[in-house]
Design a protein around this ligand. Structure first.
Ligand code: HEC
Length: 212
């Protein structure tokens, strides 16, 4: 051991933490092991290392106790269930806050006022491509019973809301036309079926759907 008295506190601390044997005094801790002239010193385990080891044992015990006595809180299963429940609640809250985006309860409206309102929306946004009488232009003829993307109020509402196939020109209207108005214009589109447009575009699409 180093017996030098003129050490700073820090040096003394380091010495305590390492308990290193002083160089030149190997004899003190020399064992009688001798392997072809290679000798072995009996150094103690450095306390800094030993304390780290004790700390990991302490953490291990703490962790073990937590996991096995407090399993509700720490089991992965519970944790997962809690996360899922939290996520679901967030989704529900979001749906509630944005009914515009999540109403799947679309109905075919047949009353005159709704169709009139639908016609107004159609005249404002849709005639450029589908013509005022629905005969079609850039977009398909909406008066026949052939559909590219599907007939029926739900599908037509969906196409109006989400748009057609990419690059075809039918954009998603959900951000510019209100849900109620989309329901009205979809109903209006259906009301056009069976009418005779001035310049009907040739039938397009493989889906056949006719309103009852
Ligand atoms: C810029 C031109 C354009 C405008 C404006 C437009 N559409 Fe379209 N629409 C199209 C095209 C092109 C298609 C075909 C999409 C495809 O093939 O994927 C289409 C498809 C449709 C379809 C599906 C037809 C089928 O056969 O399945 C419906 C319904 C429809 N549009 C309704 C509307 C309504 C309602 C509006 C107004 C809110 C509107 N469109 C505005 C170009 C337009």
């Amino acid at each position: 051991m180093n017996s030098n008295k003129n050490l700073t506190g820090w040096q003394r601390f380091l010495q305590k933490m390492t308990k290193a044997n002083e160089i030149g005094k190997e004899e003190d801790i020399m064992t009688d092991h001798d392997y072809d002239g290679i000798k072995e010193l009996d150094n103690v385990l450095p306390p800094w290392w030993l304390y780290g080891f004790y700390i990991t044992i302490g953490i291990g015990i703490f962790y073990y106790v937590q996991v096995f006595t407090n399993s509700e809180k720490y089991s992965q299963k519970e944790e997962y269930a809690a996360e899922v429940a939290k996520g679901k609640a967030e989704v529900e809250a979001y749906k509630k806050a944005n009914p515009e985006l999540f109403n799947t309860d679309v109905k075919l409206l047949t009353d005159a006022a709704s169709l009139e309102a639908g016609k107004k929306v159609f005249t404002t946004y849709c005639v450029a491509c589908h013509m005022a009488d629905g005969g079609g232009g850039i977009g398909p003829n909406l008066t026949d019973d052939k559909w590219v993307l599907g007939g029926g109020i739900e599908k037509i509402f969906h196409v109006i809301s989400e748009g057609g196939r990419p690059g075809k020109g039918m954009v998603a209207w959900k951000s510019s036309i209100k849900l109620k108005e989309r329901e009205q214009v979809a109903s209006y589109v259906i009301s056009l079926q069976g009418t005779t447009p001035a310049n009907p575009k040739a039938e397009e699409g493989d889906i056949i759907w006719t309103k009852q």
